[in-house]
Design a protein around this ligand. Sequence first.
Ligand SMILES: NC(=O)c1ccc[n+]([C@@H]2O[C@H](COP(=O)([O-])OP(=O)(O)OC[C@H]3O[C@@H](n4cnc5c(N)ncnc54)[C@H](OP(=O)(O)O)[C@@H]3O)[C@@H](O)[C@H]2O)c1
Length: 337
Amino acid sequence: MSTETVVPAKVATGSTAMKLLIYGRTGWIGGLLGKLCEEQGIPYVYGSGRLEDRAALKADIVAAKPTHVLNAAGVTGRPNVDWCESHRAETIRANVIGTLNLVDVCKLHNLHVTNFATGCIFEYDAAHPLGSGVGFTEEERANFAGSYYSFTKGMVEELLRVYDNVLTLRVRMPITSDLRNPRNFITKITMYEKVVNIPNSMTVLDELLPYAVEMARRGLTGIYNFTNPKPISHNEILELYRDYIDPSFKWTNFTLEEQAKVIVAARSNNELDMTKMKKEFPEMLDIRDSLIKYVFEPNRRVPKEAATTKLAAVQASDSVVVTSSDAASNGHVGTVS
Ligand SMILES: NC(=O)c1ccc[n+]([C@@H]2O[C@H](COP(=O)([O-])OP(=O)(O)OC[C@H]3O[C@@H](n4cnc5c(N)ncnc54)[C@H](OP(=O)(O)O)[C@@H]3O)[C@@H](O)[C@H]2O)c1
């Protein structure tokens, strides 16, 4: 047994009174988790240690005395994951060494960790063809290593299977109601000069982040696909954007081959199987309904009664540059993971 062991390694589960120690204070998801705790009246503190600094993590735990740890820290690359291709040591330090370090230290302190991981470790294949409705399950192993970011995330997920104190949440293409946020998948695809078009599983954070906190409270461990049920394509989202936000919005699709010329690393496209999450949260909305409820209705700029008339006019003027071949063959540019 390691000399670092503080208490017997038995993970606390099902506790109702929580105090959270959150990593990723300056990050997008970490920031949202802090806000959520404020709203829900859950005591929390942000960790100040770097993930690769084991002594600093221990000091955070000793000082905060948390009941649970949430990890939303890691490198995602700026402006996008292509950064990781040329910063491999930095990517390993934070996302591999750092994540394993935090989970391991928490194990020795008998602490449950919720790890915000990624579902961008899969790509459609013969057993999970695009459009088939057959998603990747939690038992399935990564089959996509086209980017260094995804490669390291897939390896870490595999190693974390050993730890019984970890809840791994596979986030994908996160979306929030804040359409000014450049990290928001919707903001990204409305800004691109050209956008690819392929159905993907995606995470509406406004709906799902509260589930993450509840899953920690329930002491759940293991891997969960952390997206809304059913995939949605880029064009379906942009159509919603046009119908709710800007009837004059136009976009142009391009193919995966054309996309490959403007990005460094390949991007993952996949559908995740949502059976396990749905069992835990039967009320969870399918992606389209979640987008309408949490993103498009709250941001609606097109009056309801005007929408139908304007939409008909826009469609008649053939403003959207989409062809059926585009729709069948695209991916996406610039998504973090
Ligand atoms: N955004 C997405 O599209 C997406 C999709 C799927 C999964 N995820 C995963 O979700 C997690 C959070 O994503 P995010 O979008 O919120 O990321 P983000 O906005 O890039 O924030 C990352 C956070 O991690 C911190 N961090 C980086 N390296 C660290 C280290 N070595 N030690 C301690 N803190 C460190 C950063 O702090 P500093 O500024 O101080 O470095 C920052 O607070 C990541 O693991 C990401 O892979 C994100």
